[in-house]
Design a protein around this ligand. Sequence first.
Ligand SMILES: Cc1cc2nc3c(=O)[nH]c(=O)nc-3n(C[C@H](O)[C@H](O)[C@H](O)COP(=O)(O)O)c2cc1C
Length: 364
Amino acid sequence: MANTERIPDGIHNAIDYEYRAPEVLGAQRFAYIAGGSGLDVTVAANRSAFGRWASVPRLLRDVRGGHSRLQLADMALPHPFVLAPVAHGLLAHSQAELATARAAEATGTCLVASTLSSRPLEVIAAAAGPARWFQLYLQPERAHTLDLLARAQAAGYRAIVLTLDASLQLPSRSALASGFVLPADCVAANLARYPQAPTPQPGEGQSRIFQGAMRHAPTWDDLRWLLSATHLPVWVKGVLHAEDARQLKAAGVAGIVVSNHGGRGLDGSPASLSMLPAVRAAVGKGYPVLMDGGVRSGHDAFKALALGANAVLIGRLQLYALAVAGALGVAHLLQLLTEELHATMAQAGCATLSDITPEALLPC
Ligand SMILES: Cc1cc2nc3c(=O)[nH]c(=O)nc-3n(C[C@H](O)[C@H](O)[C@H](O)COP(=O)(O)O)c2cc1C
């Protein structure tokens, strides 16, 4: 794979990075990143959900003072795009998350560093701007989780994003059919110091799922433990059900991310966008709700904001831009997304993010 450090001709829209990525990534890596799980039903649902809404232009509104600034938790941000946690940045670029962190720093963007990043969280923190969160997968040993928390706090991450929808990740048929296997150099740098016990073979009458893959899956007890184990605000990523959202808020979670892991969790689960209005209704107006899954343009983000999100996370597009043009590509992607959002806002008569309400959309 040959990464370049210049923006190729022909990248006019954010989604152009997706169209360009297969050339750079090659068929197998692209299949792994683009795929979800199972038959990719939810990957497709995430995208098609945006097509069921139209944005209605409004006339004669003065938007000359317009901007897309927002306050998200303790961060003043220039736009509502957050770089989602994505594992194994080395698959996309030789500088991996270091390049992404530089782009975040240059554009004032909030970055969420993955537990499974190719570069250690300390290295990412040193290159990223102050707007940085750490995405946590609970480790089988609580001592290891505590160590990760201490490292994240020491490295200046401002919040923990606990991902709960990926205890079981069954690779997609499309990725399997491509023959993709994780290269040997693609290791989770953060976890190198924590010895992992091999997965035991299920005993007689035991399930490979219940007693196997799910044996360390987090429970409500684990969440309560985590909330008591750190002073950092804890967000939860992977929420789709309104009742889960209500209970997480009541448990003391700082905010939630409506997400189905980009279709990489339960295949056949609903699109994130489809569940967003019910989740917003369940937690009320002032509670922070982010959303991801299928966002490929600033116009998509506009729809998510109208349906109740405070900001959106960008997953695959981030990896595609990283692969195509490194740090420059990710910074350019964020600029394109922001301009696309501004263009939609201006035409819909919304000068600020708070002007974007459900009335801006019509089902179609
Ligand atoms: C290749 C890949 C790796 C991912 N790794 C992680 C991860 O380590 N932690 C996590 O919470 N989510 C992970 N995700 C999910 C993203 O954070 C995000 O929820 C999803 O990509 C959003 O959908 P989108 O790709 O359509 O934008 C990953 C997604 C992809 C495609």
